[in-house]
Design a binder for this molecule. Structure first.
Ligand code: ZN
Ligand code: ZN
Ligand code: ZN
Length: 257
């Protein structure tokens, strides 16, 4: 039974945005404070992190995350990788290397930007991240559970969503190609990005996300990666029943037993 903790649900600036006095950035609703988008999936006693957002350390403290057994990377944009170095604390706690799974393009960028994390320089854990990078090109098994990569388009950039049992997590998509929609049947929970009401070249808008959710037909859907253009309360009012806006710290368990 996968359970998801939404560690962060904001777009690349985070909310509040630095130097912005708009209503959403000044909102007193805690759900309008959004760190960069990332999630922790738990199943069978294992904790799998999706992306290492800029605020990984703060997110781990806020949600009492004490273990990360593996990391799935959706893509290498800065808001999804900025907390990469914070993985070293989990190396220290666990006294072990941590496997990281990424598509070949994302893996190449991670190797370039974080080369030091994939070499073993220190005879102890904690001084730097110690990671094993695995390139993925199809479904693979992780702790006895099949993980299905879902290829999506982030504007022109091909990136990866993930299906874990009856839960799928897709962030930063603008388009989900037909073969990938086929991989999203019979979901209990679909997590999907939706930036704002207006259209955007590399992210789904609310109405575009709703169209995809209606096509796929999960029992429940949660939107992530919101901008400061719409408050949590206003976004929820725009959405049909069964589609909710996630917020930092929300925990959702799926029905599968
Ligand atoms: Zn603002
Ligand atoms: Zn991105
Ligand atoms: Zn992003």
């Amino acid at each position: 039974m996968p359970e998801i903790t939404f560690l962060g649900t904001g777009t690349s600036n985070g909310i509040p945005v630095i130097g912005c006095d708009c209503e959403v950035c000044r909102s007193t609703d805690p759900r309008d404070r959004r760190t960069r988008t990332s999630a922790l999936i738990r199943y069978d006693g294992h904790a799998v992190l999706i992306d290492t957002a800029t605020e990984l350390r703060a997110q781990a403290l806020a949600n009492d995350v004490r273990r990360v057994d593996a990391v799935l990377m959706t893509h290498a944009h800065a808001d999804h990788t900025g907390g990469f170095d914070d993985l070293r604390r989990f190396n220290e706690l666990q006294g072990a290397h941590i496997p990281v799974y990424a598509d070949p393009g994302t893996a190449a960028m991670l190797r370039e930007r974080y080369a030091y994390t994939f070499t073993d320089l220190f005879p102890f854990y904690g001084g730097k991240p110690d990671l094993h990078l695995h390139e993925i090109d199809g479904p693979f098994e992780l702790f006895g559970q099949e993980i299905v990569p879902i290829p999506v388009l982030h504007g022109r950039l091909p990136i990866t969503g993930f299906r874990i049992g009856d839960l799928a997590y897709i962030t930063d998509a603008k388009e989900i190609p037909a073969p990938s929609l086929e991989l999203l049947h019979d979901l209990d929970v679909l997590v999907l990005n939706a930036l704002r009401a207006r259209s955007h070249p590399t992210h789904l808008s609310f109405s575009e996300a709703v169209d995809i959710i209606k096509t796929v037909g999960p029992h429940r859907a949660y939107l992530v990666h919101l901008s400061h253009e719409t408050s949590h309360a206003d976004a929820e009012r725009l959405l049909p029943p069964g589609i909710e806006v996630a917020w930092d710290g929300l925990v959702v368990a799926t029905d599968e037993s």
